[in-house]
Design a protein around this ligand. Sequence first.
Ligand SMILES: NC(=O)c1ccc[n+]([C@@H]2O[C@H](COP(=O)([O-])OP(=O)(O)OC[C@H]3O[C@@H](n4cnc5c(N)ncnc54)[C@H](OP(=O)(O)O)[C@@H]3O)[C@@H](O)[C@H]2O)c1
Length: 268
Amino acid sequence: MKVIGCIGCGNMGGGVLRGLVPHKEFTLLGHDHTRAKVEGLDPENHRVVFADSPLDVARRADVIILAVKPYQMDAMLEEIRPALDESKVVLSLAAAFSQEKLRRGVDGRCAVARCMPNLPVIVGKGVFALCLDDPALGEERARALFDMFHLMGMAVIIPEAQFPAFSSLVGCGPAFALLFMEGLLNAGITMGFKAPVARELIAAMMEGTARLALESGESFADLRVKVCSPSGTTIRGVNHMERCAVPGHVTDAVLEALRRDLEMASGK
Ligand SMILES: NC(=O)c1ccc[n+]([C@@H]2O[C@H](COP(=O)([O-])OP(=O)(O)OC[C@H]3O[C@@H](n4cnc5c(N)ncnc54)[C@H](OP(=O)(O)O)[C@@H]3O)[C@@H](O)[C@H]2O)c1
């Protein structure tokens, strides 16, 4: 699995190809309506080669990553089908597009796999869910795919039934975190920081907090208590957030995203 091709090089497809640029063991191909999106992924060394069409990607790649919108998937699968054989893997990044639909789309000609990425893939810090249980894939190729995504952040293998939950939590998560950061930004500006300064401070604080949670292994609640000195400032802010039911609203937002994912999967 040396040649990795991606069809659709927007946020997700472009992010994956860019994430693979430093890994010279892979030959990288991309196709997009906009050629500049592909050529802009590695402007210095041109490691990502523009392929003329989706079919061209499918002919030349061992792993064909589909990173177009879910409603474009059926047409895309039909277009690349003539190039598919058992030496290839079609791996979809599309939300709410099942392996069963993928299998139908490739007409049993090759192995299929699903991956759910998230936006930080763009900076090599993606969190990826992988479903690699297609018997046609085999253990060796499944392992190779897992290792490849692990190079670009963190990869986990989950059953397909958990994809909607992963997608709502981790796929949508960056949007929820960014909305929270917008609230902090407004506060920072209100208190007199220039917007770019506040933006940097907040992003660094969020990155540090996430790193602390990952490395300490302590519960989020235990870590929070460490910041809340008796009669201090933080507990006043935390009490306000609890009164406004912020944690409950965040939970509801994720569950709302889940409802939409399930609607989309049922064709609505
Ligand atoms: N965004 C997220 O956070 C996220 C998270 C998890 C999964 N996903 C999934 O990832 C997939 C891609 O999402 P995205 O956010 O990366 O979308 P995006 O930024 O719009 O990228 C899709 C790209 O594919 C191109 N494209 C579509 N049809 C094409 C065709 N027939 N030939 C060539 N290029 C074509 C589009 O070009 P035009 O714009 O010119 O049509 C666009 O550049 C979706 O299926 C989505 O469900 C997204």
